[in-house]
Structures are given as structure tokens and as C-alpha cells.
Design a protein around this ligand. Structure first.
Ligand SMILES: [Zn+2]
Length: 335
């Protein structure tokens, strides 16, 4: 876009100014050094929205050091792509996204992964899981192609990647790709997510959880091989964690058929984001009057996604520092 006359430039800058507040909610700051002292560059050859830091003297715009850094796409396409990723319940494939946005499939694939990169919690903005936490593991991915010669037996010993999931019963979850289900592998991951002194851990009968449970405030388990899926006395079950895993399986079966193992963690981040950004709402599902004339009603908790505009705001606020670039062979690289 060329802004030759001052009116158009001013209009653009004003519009951009109110949008920039989404990335910089506490005011403009330099992504290179974090300084809040910067000035707008308004020369004839400067593109709109360009600033210079008064401390490190580096120039920046609102997309600097975010996954949108150096993009040739219109930012409106990015916003549309975010909307599509956030509103599709099982994720959206790059082929469909390309069709809807009018861009190349490879572009849509990169945009999709850049958005998933913004959804990860690497910077630890998330609070630890609290109270009752269920953990479970699963092998994900479909059967290998018949001509590939690979054979993946079900359960342990399979060549499929393993994921480790923790879900608290108040609606928050975490997921990680792990190499195996040994205690030594799972413990450091779990300790990033929870506080062992206050956690009531719920697991299935897997032996590596027994030792792990001893370090927690409390540990209850159900033994699936004995057809025990919930214990009414202790309240033990891992159905919440299994629900998260089923979301992963659904997304893999329904949308992301051909899933690179090296990108699996990013797909998990997307699914867990969707799980974490919901609010419980008590809703009446049935109302009736008994023969004695007493009004009765039955209500249930419905988990509603939080409004997509609010989710987008959270997504953009965490965007700085999560730069993703395209590698020469159309892969991804992290500068
Ligand atoms: Zn600076």
C-alpha cells in the first residue's frame, strides 16, 4: 500500500495505533531491549508504523520479533487465519485454510504453525495446575502406510510417538511429547506443571506412576486392566485426562491426517490452548413439574469457549519473542 498523501498516512497511523495496543497493552515498548522510550519515524520514505528505540537505536514495528516478523502477507490475512484456527473445534488443515484465505497451501501451513507457536506456554505464563490433577499417557498417530514396511503393535513397544497429559478437574490441561513413560522422564515434566505439596494426583495403574504418586500430597489410582474406571469411594478416575487425549486423537483422525512427528508438539499446544480457554457455565437442561406440583430442574456444567476476540488478544500479547521463519526447504526455522 502506498500512502502518498498525508491524510491517508494519518488515517493509517491512527487505525494502526489503536490496533498496536493489542500487542502493547501497557504502551509501546521496544521488542529488542524492552525500553519504553521510542519515537515514531515519519520521514517520507519510512513505512507507516515504524519506530526507533531511543536506547538501543534499533528500529521496530508492531510485528518485530513476533511470528509475523517480516511477513509479506497483509496483517488482515493473519487475523483471519487466527480467527479460523481459534474457531475450528478440531483444528483446521492448511489446505482448507489456503482455500478460505486465498493463499498458497505452503503459506497457509506456515501461518498455521506460526499461530500454533504463539499458543505454546513456553514462557510459563500459565499458572500451575491445582488441586486434583489427572495424568495419563497415550500413543498417537495412525497406522503406518502399508507399503512403508513399518509395523506398530498396539500399546507398549509401538513406534508411535507418546504424549503425556495432565488435566486438572477445574478445566486446565497441559500436554507434552515424551520419549517414554519412565518416571525419570515424566517427573521433571510434571513438576513444571504442578505443585507436589498441594496436588492430589489421579492416575491409572501404570507402575511408573506409583513412585511419582509418593512425592505428592495424595495419590489415588484406578486399575483399568481390572475394569476399574472410576472409584466412587476415593473419587479416583482419569476421565478428564482421557478427554484431552481424545481431543488429540479426534484432531489427528479428522483434520491433520499427515502429521510430522517433529511438529506434533505444536499441534498439542493448539489442542491444549482450546481446552484451556473455556469457561464453565451452569445451564438448566431440563425443567419439569412433578405430579405434586413441585417445580424441578436439572442443570449441568457446559464448558463454553471464551469469546474469540478475547482469545485473539491473549494470543497477540504473547507474540513477541516467538519468531518463526521459513527455512529454505519450506520448513520452519527459529532465528
Ligand atoms: Zn531498544
Amino acid at each position: 500500500m502506498a500512502f502518498v498523501d498525508g491524510v491517508a498516512r494519518e488515517h493509517f497511523t491512527q487505525a494502526a495505533g489503536c490496533q498496536e495496543g493489542i500487542i502493547w497493552p501497557t504502551g509501546r515498548h521496544c521488542p529488542h531491549c524492552g525500553s519504553v522510550a521510542s519515537s515514531s519515524l515519519n520521514g517520507r520514505t519510512c513505512r507507516p508504523g515504524l519506530y526507533q528505540c531511543r536506547d538501543c537505536r534499533l528500529q521496530f514495528t508492531v510485528t518485530t520479533l513476533t511470528p509475523m516478523h517480516g511477513t509479506k502477507l497483509d496483517l488482515r490475512i493473519w487475523i483471519c487465519a487466527m480467527f479460523l484456527v481459534l474457531t475450528s473445534s478440531k483444528g483446521i488443515s492448511s489446505v482448507v485454510m489456503a482455500r478460505l484465505l486465498g493463499v498458497n497451501q505452503k503459506t497457509a501451513w506456515k501461518v498455521g504453525h506460526a499461530i500454533r507457536e504463539m499458543m505454546d506456554d513456553r514462557n510459563g505464563e500459565l499458572m500451575p495446575l491445582e488441586d486434583i490433577v489427572e495424568i495419563d499417557e497415550a500413543y498417537v498417530g495412525g497406522a503406518p502406510k502399508s507399503l512403508s514396511g513399518a509395523y506398530n503393535p498396539p500399546g507398549k513397544g509401538t513406534g508411535k510417538p507418546m504424549i503425556f497429559v495432565a488435566a486438572s478437574r477445574d478445566g486446565q490441561a497441559r500436554a507434552r511429547v515424551v520419549p517414554n513413560d519412565q518416571r525419570a522422564t515424566l517427573e521433571p515434566v510434571l513438576l513444571e506443571w504442578i505443585d507436589p505439596a498441594t496436588t492430589n494426583l489421579m492416575t491409572d495403574g501404570n507402575k511408573s506412576y506409583r513412585g511419582l504418586g509418593k512425592t505428592m500430597a495424595d495419590h489415588q489410582y484406578v486399575i483399568h486392566s481390572q475394569k476399574e474406571y472410576a472409584n466412587p469411594e476415593t473419587g479416583a478416575h482419569v476421565n478428564t485426562a482421557e478427554a484431552v487425549i481424545s481431543q488429540v486423537q479426534r484432531a489427528l483422525v479428522g483434520v491433520y491426517h499427515n502429521l510430522g512427528r517433529k511438529h506434533l508438539q505444536r499441534y498439542l499446544d493448539e489442542i491444549v490452548w482450546r481446552w484451556n480457554h473455556r469457561d464453565p457455565v451452569r445451564e438448566v437442561v431440563k425443567q419439569w413439574t412433578t405430579k405434586a406440583g413441585v417445580e424441578r430442574q436439572k442443570s449441568t456444567t457446559i464448558w463454553r469457549p471464551i469469546p474469540v476476540v478475547d482469545q485473539m488478544r491473549v494470543l497477540l500479547q504473547g507474540a513477541v519473542g516467538k519468531q518463526v521463519r521459513r527455512s529454505r526447504d519450506y520448513g520452519l526455522c527459529w532465528p
